[in-house]
Design a protein around this ligand. Structure first.
Ligand SMILES: *Cc1c(COP(=O)(O)O)cnc(C)c1O
Length: 361
C-alpha cells in the first residue's frame, strides 16, 4: 500500500524513518525481548529512553540549565488549567493575548482561577493576523502574560517573541514545536502537545524555569502540579512510554538527519514558500492570513465557492492528498505542513492545485 500525503493538523504525519525504526523495534526492543509498549516504566531500557529524549530536547532547543523539561499527559488542553493553578499565584492576575481558538480556550479556563484580562485580540478580523503589542499593553503586576505562538486553526505565527517587559511569558507552541530555533530564556514556560510536530498523541512537553515551580495552589490536582512532576523526573505515575519513545526517535531524526533546528527552519521556510508563492499567484486560491504573520506550519486557503471547495477536497483526497479540509469553524482548506511533511509532498500538492485551477477556470 502506498502512503498518502497527510496534511492533517494533528495527529499528523511522522517521518517515515521513525516509523520504520519503531516497526523494527516492535517485538524486541534492543534485545529486551519486549516492545517499548510492554516494558516497565521503571526498567533500565525505559530510563535510558526518557533520559535520552530529555537530553536531545535540551540540546536541540538549547534549554538553559535552570529550566526543567517535563513529559506530561492530558494534552495541551490540561495545561490550560494547570498553568493558572501553578503560576497565577502572586497577585492572581494574568493577561492573555487572544489570537485564535486555542488562546481563547486557555483564557476562558484561566478565568475560573483569577483576574484574567484579554490584553489584545485579533478576533476583529477572524484571527488573520497577530496583534502588535508593547510592554505597556499589559498590567504592571500580572503573574504572567500568555500567548499561543502558532495558531493552528488560523495559520498565524509570531515572527518574534513579543516584548512583555519583565513579566513572565508563557507560550503554547504546540503546532510549531521544534520547527525552528526558539530562545527559551525569553519565556517562563513553553509547552506543547506532541501530536502536531513531535510524536503521536498522548504526550505534552513543558519546559519550565525552575524559580516558577513550587507555588501551586493547594487545590491543584496532584497530576497537574508541575513541581510534583519535576521532583519525580516526569515519573510520578506511569508516563506515556510509547509516545516518549517515538518522541526520542523524532528528536534523533531532527538532530542526525535534518541537522538541527536551524536546518529544520530552512527546510520549513523553503517548503512553505512553494505553497505561499503559488497562493499569491493563483487566480482561484488565496491564503487567508496577512503575509507578515503567515505560519510555516499551517496554511489555510480558500476558493470562496463552497461547491468548488468541496470538489477540490474530494479530488485531492482521491489523488492521495488527505486531510485538506479546513477546521470546522473556519471552512475552506488548510494544509498542515509540519516538520515531517517532505518537500515533494508540497511540490506535488501545488502541481495538483495548478491542474485543478486550469481544469476548473
Ligand atoms: C491542538 C492544539 C491544542 C489542543 O491540544 P490537545 O492536546 O488536543 O489538548 C492546543 N493548542 C494548540 C496551539 C494546538 O494546536
Amino acid at each position: 500500500m502506498a502512503r498518502v500525503y497527510n496534511f492533517s493538523a494533528g495527529p499528523s504525519t511522522l517521518p517515515v524513518k521513525v516509523l520504520e525504526e519503531a516497526a523494527a523495534d516492535m517485538l524486541d526492543y534492543k534485545g529486551s525481548g519486549q516492545s517499548v509498549m510492554e516494558m516497565s516504566h521503571r526498567s533500565k531500557w525505559f530510563d535510558d529512553i526518557i533520559k535520552e529524549a530529555e537530553a536531545l530536547m535540551r540540546e536541540l532547543y538549547n534549554v538553559p540549565d535552570n529550566y526543567k523539561v517535563l513529559f506530561l499527559q492530558g494534552g495541551a488542553s490540561a495545561q490550560f488549567s494547570a498553568i493558572p493553578l501553578n503560576f497565577m499565584n502572586g497577585t492572581g492576575k494574568a493577561d492573555y493575548i487572544i489570537t485564535g481558538q486555542w488562546a481563547k480556550k486557555a483564557y476562558q479556563e484561566a478565568q475560573k482561577y483569577g483576574d484574567v484580562v484579554a490584553a489584545a485580540s485579533s478576533a476583529d478580523k477572524t484571527f488573520t493576523y497577530i496583534p502588535k503589542t508593547k510592554p505597556s499593553d499589559f498590567r504592571e503586576d500580572v503573574d504572567y502574560v500568555y500567548i499561543c505562538y502558532n495558531n493552528t486553526i488560523y495559520g498565524t505565527v509570531y515572527k518574534e517573541v513579543p516584548d512583555v517587559g519583565n513579566r513572565t511569558l508563557i507560550a503554547d507552541v504546540s503546532s510549531c514545536a521544534l520547527s525552528e530555533p526558539l530562545d527559551i530564556s525569553k519565556f517562563g514556560v513553553v509547552y506543547f502537545g506532541a501530536q502536531k510536530n513531535v510524536a503521536p498523541a498522548g504526550l505534552v512537553v513543558a519546559i519550565i524555569r525552575e524559580d516558577l515551580l513550587g507555588n501551586a495552589r493547594d487545590i491543584t490536582p496532584v497530576m497537574m502540579n508541575y513541581k510534583v512532576q519535576a521532583d519525580a523526573d516526569s515519573l510520578y505515575n506511569t508516563p506515556p512510554c510509547w509516545t516518549i519513545y517515538i518522541c526520542k526517535l523524532v528528536l534523533e531524526w531532527i538532530k542526525n538527519d535534518i541537522g538541527g533546528l536551524d536546518k529544520m527552519k530552512e527546510r520549513n521556510e523553503a517548503k512553505a514558500k512553494i505553497l505561499y508563492d503559488y497562493l499569491d499567484s493563483s487566480k482561484m486560491f488565496r491564503g487567508t492570513v496577512v503575509p507578515e504573520d503567515r505560519s510555516l506550519m499551517n496554511v489555510p486557503f480558500v476558493i470562496g465557492d463552497d461547491e468548488l471547495e468541496k470538489k477540490f477536497i474530494k479530488e485531492a483526497t482521491e489523488a492521495g492528498f488527505v486531510n485538506l479540509k479546513g477546521h470546522r469553524t473556519v471552512g475552506g482548506m488548510r494544509a498542515s505542513i509540519y516538520n515531517a511533511m517532505p518537500v515533494e509532498g508540497v511540490e506535488k500538492l501545488v502541481e495538483f492545485m495548478k491542474a485543478f485551477e486550469e481544469a476548473n477556470a
